[in-house]
Write a new protein. Structure first.
Length: 224
């Protein structure tokens, strides 16, 4: 299907699906299993309209008010339903394709079972071309070491970043494929400078490569 372009009207009353440990990056496909009644209602409304809603991360401590409206991080990802299956019991299995980063401006009054917000597009900074080239080169070198230890679908860096026409898209492809830690994904989602996102990703890949090195070898290298 052809994904819709994000419009101002989509952000004026943006439905959100808060989750504790998930980030939706632009371009990424996020699988979701929807079983709570309030979010089934959200999905039904989205399917009847432009198929758009956001995934927002719950802030730590949400457990005490999960059924209510616990605090969420203000930067989140907006996506469009690309695929879906409705089960006989009313649950949904979705593939949500990321469209953009947005900043939540305010939460709207609770007139529906699910939450809605007013949001605005998150403005990105122009990346430094020299830094982008340097971090991408470093990533390529590190990836050759790391790739054999990664799951098959993400071993090929060129395939993983194919059609990523900007440094921002390149970084988002890697973040969605490689980073699972909630704090790290939120940091990457919230970072406005693609150059800095590439630096953070390079540091993450370096940590993974270093973890493959036996401690004794790492110590010898440090001494040389």
């Amino acid at each position: 299907m052809v994904l819709p372009e994000l419009e101002a009207g989509d952000l004026a009353e943006l439905s959100i699906f808060p989750l504790p440990s998930v980030a939706l990056f632009p371009g990424a496909l996020l699988p979701l299993h929807v079983f709570e009644p309030r979010y089934r209602e959200l999905v039904k409304e989205a399917l009847a309209g432009r198929r758009i809603f956001a995934v927002a991360r719950l802030q730590p401590g949400y457990e005490t008010d999960y059924e209510g409206r616990p605090p969420i991080f203000d930067i989140c990802g907006v996506g469009a339903i690309e695929t879906y299956t409705e089960r006989k019991d009313g649950r949904f299995d979705l593939g949500l394709r990321g469209l953009a980063r947005v900043r939540i401006v305010e939460e709207l009054p609770p007139v529906r079972a699910f939450r809605q917000v007013r949001a605005e597009p998150m403005r990105e900074l122009s990346p430094d071309p020299a830094l982008v080239a340097a971090w991408q080169s470093k990533l390529g070198t590190l990836w050759r070491t790391l790739a054999p230890h990664l799951p098959e679908p993400v071993r090929d860096l060129a395939a993983l970043t194919r059609d990523a026409g900007t440094p921002s898209a390149y970084a988002d492809r890697l973040a969605a494929a490689l980073v699972a830690d909630p704090e790290a994904t939120q940091q990457l989602l919230s970072e406005a400078d693609p150059s800095e996102r590439l630096r953070l990703l390079t540091a993450r890949v370096q940590e993974l490569v270093d973890s493959l090195t036996p401690p004794s070898v790492a110590k010898d290298r440090a001494l040389n």
